[in-house]
Design a protein around this ligand. Structure first.
Ligand code: ADP
Ligand code: MG
Length: 634
């Protein structure tokens, strides 16, 4: 199949028009001057064939033996045997199919369009004295600007609440319409809707670098990457093309009848039919997007459909996003609040699920957050840095153990989620968190088993005892704790070596290497922004793991439709080839029959969109955070 630059798009359109015009001219001539009709159509075919053959030769030169080859041979044979009418029909079929695909592609970007329509456009900037506000384009916002946000307006860029209290919701992004209360100090993300009171904000990022812009990019990337979509079709073409050539050769040697060879080639031309695969896959991607599941590539959809094992990260994945701080304990010499203030200073620089909870807790207690320098984050282990004259670190047991060199660590119970604080080599304290299982976990694990994923693992960087406790609560037998990010990757590779197709669910920040290593990586875009999901193949915008079985069902349904399209299309073509070889299906009738097959198959492909596909309305009224909707099965 041709690549899909706009240049090619226009070429297909032009060729279709020209071929139709010559066909009409030929048929008209047939009525008034039958002798000239054949010549007119042949001239038209010659004209149209040149650009198509050029493309085919170029792609052949690159070593692509694809189905375009069959179409080109059919056209050449039509010219050689002076049968311009079936030749022209092939030109129409090829280019019409490409245009059909373009149309489908246009519709697949509904999701992007719906998101773009909702993008915040204007904001109100407050003057330095806070007394007057001017309207400005969001693009003009600079970090640090003071903004006024009225009720009913969208948060224009990522920002902190400086003054006021209100409720906001994230319905546009996550479909979650339950409002969240915000007051001074709360972090807001662009795209959130302010439902009530007026707020004064301080911009923390430009609009372009804010969450909403990143989200649109994320979705757009998925829609634009098209190459892997065609793998399935190309695999089929791999054997279908030689088969066709062999059928032609046999027909020629047995019958010495070029018109039969032409008929075989005409009914074998399956290009528009194979377009059904990308159409089906794009339909599935778009349908998932309507459910706030972002497939970033078509290939991800194909891989997800065959996943056989699921690996879960713990903190923020199996457990709720941001565990509340339960207790801060000091082992001396610092007072608890001083310790917390220092820890919060470090955590303010970290993107870990626990970090925001610590910062929030310090703020809730009204503590000032100290200044920190030389901050270093060790993904999946902890953070360290310098506060005043002290070197301080906060992180896992192993991480802190390696830094607490001066005193023996107190004996502790490790069955709770905790982060340990070390100051200047002394084990100075710990923060305990209320780590809770997500309520939907049992249902999700049940669905995965029902879908045939026969292994489920919990891999965590957290202490072994606590990991085991959460695993028991979740009902996962195979759990491993105290793993560094690299060791999670090793586990995944081991599973893959055993022949599993591994689905990894984690957070996009800490688990990036594991998400990349897995056959398919799923990241949850956390409730409060932090869309660092570039390493994931699939991003869940809803903070609800029931999206995972739902995504699998959509992917399987889509792949079933795609395979069915190829099977039916190629099957019918092969049947027709037999009739053509035996002289029972002339080229012209064959061309018309083939056209019908293609249209039928492409209509079938559109089924992958399911009932309705995405519309912003549907997304808005979908039961946010509620029960997953049933997926059509066929
Ligand atoms: P999981 O694999 O369970 O999601 P992570 O790999 O995210 O866990 O983190 C493992 C452990 O490392 C955490 O339980 C925590 O103790 C510690 N840790 C990592 N980063 C931080 C941080 N920024 N602040 C506090 N603790 C951290
Ligand atoms: Mg984690």
């Amino acid at each position: 199949m041709s690549d899909t630059s706009t240049h090619d798009d226009r070429r297909a359109q032009r060729l279709l028009m020209v071929a139709l015009a010559w066909l009409a001219a030929g048929l008209l001539a047939h009525l008034v001057a039958p002798a000239a009709a054949q010549g007119i159509m042949l001239a038209g075919l010659l004209l149209c064939s040149v650009p198509m053959l050029v493309v085919a030769v170029r792609s052949l030169a690159k070593g692509n033996v694809n189905v375009d080859l069959i179409a080109s041979l059919a056209i050449i044979t039509a010219i050689a045997t002076n049968s311009p009418l079936p030749g022209l029909i092939i030109v129409i079929m090829q280019n019409g199919g490409e245009m059909l695909e373009q149309a489908a592609r246009g519709r697949a970007t509904d999701t992007v369009r719906a998101l773009e329509q909702d993008v915040p456009r204007t904001a109100h900037r407050l003057s330095a004295d806070g007394l007057s506000a001017e309207e400005l384009d969001v693009a003009a916002i600079q970090p640090g600007d003071l903004l006024l946000l009225r009720p009913g307006e969208l948060v224009p860029c990522d920002a902190l609440v400086i003054e006021g209290r209100s409720h906001v919701n994230t319905a546009r992004i996550t479909g979650e319409s339950t409002p969240k209360r915000v007051t001074t100090g709360a972090q807001l993300w662009s795209g959130m809707l302010n439902v009530e009171g007026a707020l004064t904000l301080r911009a923390t990022a430009t609009a372009g670098e804010s969450q909403y812009a990143q989200l649109v990019e994320l979705v757009r990337f998925g829609q634009a990457s098209k190459a892997p979509l065609q793998r399935l079709a190309d695999r089929a073409a791999g054997w279908f093309t030689p088969l066709t050539l062999a059928a032609c050769a046999v027909t020629w040697f047995v019958t010495r009848d070029m018109s039969r060879v032409l008929a075989v080639l005409v009914v074998a031309t399956p290009c528009p039919l194979l377009l059904a695969t990308p159409i089906a896959i794009m339909g599935g991607v778009d349908r998932a997007a309507g459910r706030r599941i972002v497939f970033r590539t078509g290939g991800a959809l194909e891989r997800l459909s065959s996943a056989s094992a699921a690996v879960f990260d713990k903190t923020g994945t199996i457990t709720i996003g941001e565990p509340r701080v339960d207790a801060v304990t000091s082992f001396g010499p610092f007072a608890g609040n001083d310790l917390l203030s220092m820890a919060a200073a470090l955590e303010a620089q970290s993107s870990h699920a626990l970090a925001r909870s610590v910062v929030q807790h310090a703020k809730d207690l009204g503590l000032g957050i100290a200044k920190v320098t030389e901050v270093r984050e060790h993904a999946g282990e902890g953070v360290e840095g310098t506060v005043g004259t002290h070197h301080i670190s906060i992180g896992s047991m192993a991480f802190s153990g390696a830094r607490a060199t001066l005193a023996a660590r107190p004996a502790m119970d490790h069955s709770e989620l905790r982060a340990e604080i070390v100051v200047d080599g002394i084990h100075a304290g710990e923060i305990r968190f209320a780590d809770q299982l997500r309520p939907e976990i049992p249902e999700v694990l049940g669905s995965l088993t029902a879908l045939g994923l026969h292994r489920t693992l919990l891999l965590s960087g957290d202490a072994k005892d606590h990991t085991a406790r959460i695993a028991t609560l979740a009902g996962i037998a195979d759990a491993h704790g105290e793993l560094l990010p690299g060791q999670k990757v090793e586990w995944i590779e081991t599973l893959q070596a055993e022949g599993e197709r591994v689905l990894m669910v984690g957070d996009g920040v800490n688990d990036a290497p594991a998400l990349v290593a897995a056959s398919v990586g799923i990241a949850i875009a956390p409730r409060q922004g932090g869309l660092a999901a570039n390493s994931a193949d699939i991003v869940l915008l809803r903070d609800d793991l029931r999206s995972i079985p739902e995504a699998i069902r959509i992917s399987r349904h889509t792949m079933r439709v795609a395979r069915q399209c190829i099977g039916i299309g190629l099957g019918l073509s092969m049947g027709a080839m037999v009739f053509a070889a035996f002289g029972m299906l002339p080229a012209l009738e064959g061309a018309i029959l083939q056209e019908f097959i293609d249209v039928a198959v492409i209509l079938n492909a559109l089924r992958s969109r399911g009932a309705g596909g995405l519309s912003p309305r549907r997304a808005a009224t979908s039961n946010a955070g509620g029960m997953p909707q049933p997926v059509l099965s066929h």
